[in-house]
Design a protein around this ligand. Structure first.
Ligand code: PMP
Length: 422
């Protein structure tokens, strides 16, 4: 194992990071479980890409069957491409009626920025304090989460979320809107103008600060008044993660101009999309060139079609809400019994759980969260951390998660928390 790590370090780029102090090697995945070479099971409460569960047999069959028949691009007539596009668009509000496929969430955001900049004639982008929007140069430049290592664009303005700033719910919308209005004025005075408000509608890398629902509505109006577009990054919340809706923006009672998709769309196969209003999408299509070799290829479409079909057929969203509540109550019960949990937020099956004692310093809270994540890994449960200080647990199991999995998670969480806080 140590040998494999040193070989890995010798050949892979330095940006590769292994998760956990004791890295894990998985050889097989099935539903909620991953298995190491000794066939030891690990309960997956972290991976939101295989939202139908690891290695879903029907998804894999659809992928394999298409790969065996033909793998071709979007320049040929392909009924399933159109069928899937129609099916996908039908899950959005009627205003969003066009789709362009991509291969990753980063490409989706990159394309959405190009569309918004062309449609508005402006360059400025407003994002939240610790937002992450992807890997390309353009989206990394609007991703404050990447820290000092990556230069932000001079055209980006950062606004704080009400939750981490400790703003009461009844003032949250005003707090957010006021900052967005100031950012717009600043961008306009510098001749940059506002192209887009770009936000992850579950604010995952900010620490899952999603409440109160609707707090972004005033800011959305302000951006539109100034000629900017609204881009809802649905890479994390999309495809039913929040349970109450298929798309995270619905929780806030708004309809964006563009929604960007990725991660769970292919349950592991790399496929993403931008879904948007026809006006900016058509304008872009006629003015700019966009051709993406692998995006919308027949294998990706067959896979994504199977994913969406199963998500709808098996009514996965219904259980996301109820299992999410069950998990929430379980964590609340542990928080009432043991010290070390400072707060918690969730939408469906995406949780942020703040770790630390009331009087602990940020570095101590971060260390405690990390200890907890590693203790749980040792006991066979996978989670990770998020938030500005990396002191919140990030919990987001595949959407097929059931009560029995939650029970197992809570048992290990309880034991690990008790151990590291005693
Ligand atoms: N947006 C958000 C909110 C994300 O969390 C991520 C990935 N973590 C991306 C965009 C980029 O997606 P990808 O890694 O597929 O390019």
């Amino acid at each position: 194992e140590a040998h494999l790590i040193s070989r890995r370090d010798a050949v892979l780029g330095a940006s590769y990071r292994l998760q956990y102090r004791k890295p894990v090697h998985f050889v097989r995945g099935e539903g909620m479980w991953l298995f190491d070479p000794d066939d030891r099971p690990y309960l997956d409460f972290y991976n939101n890409v295989p939202s139908l569960g690891h290695c879903h047999p029907e998804v894999n069959a659809a992928m394999a069957e298409q790969a065996a028949r033909i793998s071709a691009n979007t320049r040929y007539l392909e009924p399933q491409l159109v069928d899937y596009a129609e099916k996908l668009i039908a899950t959005f509000p009627a205003e969003l009626d066009r789709v362009v496929f991509t291969c990753t969430g980063s490409e989706s955001n990159d394309l959405a920025l190009r569309i918004a900049r062309l449609a508005s004639g402006n360059e400025g982008v407003i994002v939240t304090s610790y937002a992450y929007h992807g890997t390309s140069a353009a989206v990394a430049a609007v991703s404050p989460n990447l820290g000092a290592a990556v230069n932000l664009s001079p055209n980006v303005r950062i606004v704080e979320l009400p939750g981490p700033a400790g703003i009461p719910h009844d003032q949250a919308a005003d707090f957010f809107e006021a900052q967005v209005r100031l950012a717009i004025i600043d961008l306009q005075r510098r001749g940059i103008g506002i192209a887009a408000l770009l936000f992850d509608s579950i604010f995952s890398s900010d620490g899952v600060w999603i409440d109160p629902p609707g707090f972004i509505a005033g800011a959305v109006d302000a951006v539109r008044e100034a000629g900017g577009l609204i881009i809802s990054d649905e890479v994390q919340p999309g495809f039913g993660r929040t349970g109450d809706h298929m798309w995270g923006f619905a929780r806030h009672g708004i309809v964006p101009d563009l929604a960007t998709l990725g991660k769970p769309m292919g349950n592991g196969f790399p496929i993403g999309a931008v879904v948007g209003r026809s006006q900016p999408m058509e304008h872009f299509g006629q003015t700019a060139r966009y051709s993406n070799t692998f995006a919308g290829n027949t294998v990706g479409i067959a896979t994504a079609d199977a994913v969406l079909t199963i998500l709808q057929r098996d009514r996965i969203l219904d259980s996301v809400v109820s299992v999410g509540q069950y998990l929430r109550h379980g964590i609340e019960a542990i928080a009432a019994e043991l010290p070390g949990i400072r707060g918690m937020r969730n939408a469906g099956l995406f949780f942020g759980v703040d770790i630390g004692f009331e009087d602990s310093l940020p570095a101590q809270r971060r260390a405690m969260a990390l200890d907890l994540v590693n203790a749980m890994r040792d006991d066979g449960v996978l989670i990770s951390t998020t938030s500005a200080n990396e002191d919140a647990l990030k919990i987001r199991p595949p959407l097929i998660c059931q009560h029995e999995h939650v029970d197992k998670f809570l048992e290990v969480f309880h034991n690990s928390l008790g151990r590291i806080t005693s």
